[in-house]
Design a protein around this ligand. Structure first.
Ligand code: HEC
Length: 438
């Protein structure tokens, strides 16, 4: 095996790939023969999402681990060819690690690379975009009532990923790269602008996911186009006994550091679809950027703390104000997304259960039933069934949350009538009056 390609996740052998393809073909046959398209899409979503999380955790986990090593290396009294060493304990074993300034005089037979986790996180992420958003752009990607054709929405979506990388490369090729604070400021303004602009075309959820995908694309492309090629350069130079240009090394380190700071913001967008109160808000771009800044601040705090703790670099405390800033930003977003009182309070007269049930029947049940009638829905979304009085009463608080406070439901797809403010007020009042059953 080539020392330039010894990744933990080298591709599996051909017979196994053929076996997997045969199983996938069987799945396709079952799907087509039984008309299970919507059902198959849900399972595909599950499988790919699971993989995405697994690779993502492996990638970001390794990244956090190596950043920790770098920050925590003992740099005093080590051999001259080393930049430091470190002792760690994990899983019942004690590990000792040395970091070389460039490369050891004699390269090892086996050198472990870390790259496929990053690539496969991106690939599975893009597949998820196709399964959840592009396969039916009207369902989630576009806001209700959008007149943009589906193909144009997909073009904007994929174009935004490509643009993100091109703009990022453009910025990184200027002197800005060597002024991190300014880079962060310019990058932050660009991301805010992108969130605002995408928000004009996409639904809130589509916008958040694509901003996350844009940053994730920058991170994965940084690994593919910058970090791995430069590591290969490093190994080749070592094989030929040459030194690397220190300027080149500095350049790569700046690019790699960008990935470090992007991790927490991207992780937020990965979970954001669970939180409609953030992306369904009128000023969702502001909420997004507030949480991003909080994430970057926390990441910086961790970096500085790890360094200070282990290298006795005294800078006057580990910048706890960064944590204060992060909490203040979260609190600001919390306040901004607070439930609107007005719609709930309009209705104070007693609301009969029959009224509530008829609203739910007309606006929710086509999806939220054991057997949904809405095309494209094979089972009750989120496991939420609103098809009997008991279930409606049981979900009262949730119903208020999604259709009164955040108004994220009903999910508006063709065939689902939108709800009036009065209807929402009725639901809110019914819950406020104790959510009584029939
Ligand atoms: C067109 C189909 C559709 C309609 C109509 C619809 N929903 Fe949903 N609902 C969904 C989907 C899809 C999800 C899962 C969303 C997700 O995964 O983020 C969901 C999720 C939910 C959840 C779970 C949210 C959570 O945080 O776990 C609740 C509660 C809910 N809907 C209530 C309602 C109510 C109440 C109505 C009617 C006012 C309604 N839905 C109408 C498709 C629909």
């Amino acid at each position: 095996m080539n020392i330039l390609d010894q990744d933990r996740l080298r591709l599996v052998k051909w017979p196994w790939i053929l076996a997997i393809l045969a199983l996938l073909a069987l799945g396709l046959y079952l799907t087509l023969a039984n008309g299970w398209q919507a059902h198959a899409r849900e399972w595909l979503n599950l499988a790919v999402r699971w993989l995405h999380i697994i690779y993502g955790i492996a990638w970001i986990g390794a990244s956090f681990y190596f950043i920790f090593l770098e920050n925590a290396l003992e740099r005093q009294g080590v051999r001259t060819e080393l930049s430091g060493n470190i002792w760690t304990i994990h899983g019942g074993g004690i590990y000792y690690l040395e970091k070389y300034k460039t490369a050891p005089a004699q390269l090892p037979r086996y050198l472990h690379w870390f790259k496929w986790d990053a690539y496969l996180t991106w690939v599975t992420g893009f597949l998820l975009l196709i399964i959840v958003y592009y396969a039916d752009p009207r369902a989630i990607l576009l806001p209700p009532g959008s007149t943009l054709p589906g193909w144009a929405a997909i073009a904007v979506a994929v174009g935004s990923l490509v643009m993100a990388w091109l703009v990022y490369v453009g910025l990184s090729n200027t002197q800005l790269l060597y002024r991190p604070a300014l880079f962060l400021l310019v990058g932050g303004v660009l991301v805010t602008g992108a969130a605002y602009l995408l928000g004009q075309v996409f639904s809130g959820r589509g916008t958040f996911m694509h901003i996350g995908a844009m940053l994730g694309t920058i991170m994965a492309a940084n690994v593919f186009f910058v970090i791995i090629p430069s590591q290969k350069k490093l190994v080749r130079a070592a094989q030929q006994g040459q030194a690397l240009d220190p300027q080149f090394v500095a350049w790569v380190q700046f690019r790699s550091r960008h990935n470090n700071y992007l991790t927490l913001p991207v992780l937020f967008t990965m979970i954001a679809h669970h939180f409609p109160m953030t992306y369904n808000h009128g000023a969702h771009w502001l909420i997004l950027i507030a949480l991003f800044v909080a994430g970057v601040a926390v990441r910086h705090f961790i970096n500085v703390t790890e360094k200070e703790h282990h290298q006795t670099v005294v800078q006057g405390g580990a910048m706890p104000y960064l944590l204060v800033l992060a909490v203040a930003l979260l609190l600001g977003a919390f306040y901004l997304t607070a439930p609107q009182k007005s719609t709930v309070l309009q209705e104070t007269a007693p609301v009969a259960f029959a009224e509530v049930q008829s609203i739910i029947q007309n606006h929710c049940q086509m999806c939220h039933a054991a057997r949904p009638t809405q095309p494209g829905f094979a089972s009750a979304p989120g496991g939420v069934m609103l098809d009997t009085p008991e279930r409606i009463v049981g979900y009262a608080q949730k119903i208020k949350q999604v259709s009164v406070d955040t108004q994220y439901m009903p999910l508006l797809v063709p065939g689902v009538p939108s709800m009036t403010t009065e209807q929402r007020a009725k639901l809110g009042a019914w819950v406020a009056q104790g959510a009584k059953g029939p």
